[in-house]
Design a protein. Structure first.
Length: 308
């Protein structure tokens, strides 16, 4: 028999992310900590910029991009834990996390003032800007192994008497070009989104008439594949994350994590958890990292992965 691996407590952890090769785990809480996954040991910890709120590994795992609640961006060397670049761009304001270009030379991020920008990763020089007036760019995700970019657009409130436009998601090919973002889905009340590892499926969490839904769309043409009403979340997050093999969709709920089987979105498992706010799957394993405002965890998920 194989000995059961005990869960590893990660402490207060707002964000969690595995390196592309799965050997490292970045945990963002009061500090940013890098763990050796196999050894379950801390490699380094540090405070790099004030109020860091998000991080993302470069495609080769050698660097971490970080962003603060004020919009400030920086780049950390993952091996040494040293800050390599500080863009000192606080004037850009709060917004989405950053995503890397497939070549690892550029970083894209969005602001809550509706500004999508691409910067050189070593200098912070802005090389591309697309403005979206009256919008908040709430999320920017690298998809298809970083070959494309998914942007979640949140439309700000409109004046009385005007119709509220729907929120929507756009997809961009690298290198980004003005006006080239393609709308995949437009829905009122969009809260979060996640693209499957193979780039074929877009899962979204949204609400309408007081009810929350998880829906899955085809990335190729935006066609609706499945939509189910779900229990409302609240408080600590509404993140969606696909298992790398596409068989399961994980969701942060209210005091729990929910795992929906695909196709069909039937609930396969519920895991009660205190203040969950982030979730990441380690490719090729049953290992998951769970972020929590109280204490996160690296653990094995006893989930039946075969489709029923």
């Amino acid at each position: 028999m194989t000995a059961e691996v005990k869960p590893l407590k990660l402490g207060c952890s707002y964000k969690v992310a595995f390196s592309p090769d799965g050997t490292r785990l970045a945990v963002l809480g009061n500090d940013l900590i890098l763990w050796d996954v196999a050894a379950r040991q801390k490699l380094w910890r540090g405070k790099f910029i004030a109020h860091t709120s998000s991080m993302a590994f470069s495609p080769d795992g050698s660097q971490l991009a970080i962003k603060s609640t004020s919009g400030q961006l920086g780049v950390i060397d993952a091996a040494s834990g040293q800050l390599e670049a500080n863009f000192r761009n606080k004037k850009d304001g709060e917004g989405s996390g950053a995503a890397w270009s497939p070549c690892g030379r550029y970083l894209a991020d969005g602001s809550w003032d509706g500004r999508l920008q691409v910067r050189q990763a070593q200098t912070g020089e802005v090389v591309f800007t697309q403005e979206y007036p009256r919008e908040m760019l709430r999320a920017v995700h690298a998809i298809d192994g970083g070959q494309r970019l998914l942007v979640l657009h949140g439309v700000k409130s409109v004046p009385d008497g005007e119709d509220q436009p729907p929120d929507y998601c756009t997809v961009w090919d690298w290198p980004l070009q003005a006006g080239a973002g393609k709308v995949v889905v437009a829905l009122s009340g969009l809260k979060s989104c996640a693209v499957s590892t193979d780039g074929a499926l877009l899962a979204v969490l949204h609400y309408a008439s007081g009810t929350e839904y998880v829906s899955v769309y085809a990335m190729s043409d935006g066609g609706l594949l499945t939509s189910v009403a779900v229990e409302a979340g609240g408080g600590t997050g509404d993140e969606l994350t696909w298992l790398p093999d596409g068989s399961t969709l994980g969701r942060i709920g209210k005091g729990k994590l929910l795992f929906y089987g695909w196709p069909g979105l039937a609930v396969r498992q519920q895991l009660d958890f205190t203040y969950p706010c982030a979730l990441a799957f380690l490719p090729g394993t049953r290992t998951i990292a769970i972020g929590s405002w109280e204490t996160g965890m690296l653990t094995e998920l006893n989930l039946q992965l075969e489709t029923t």
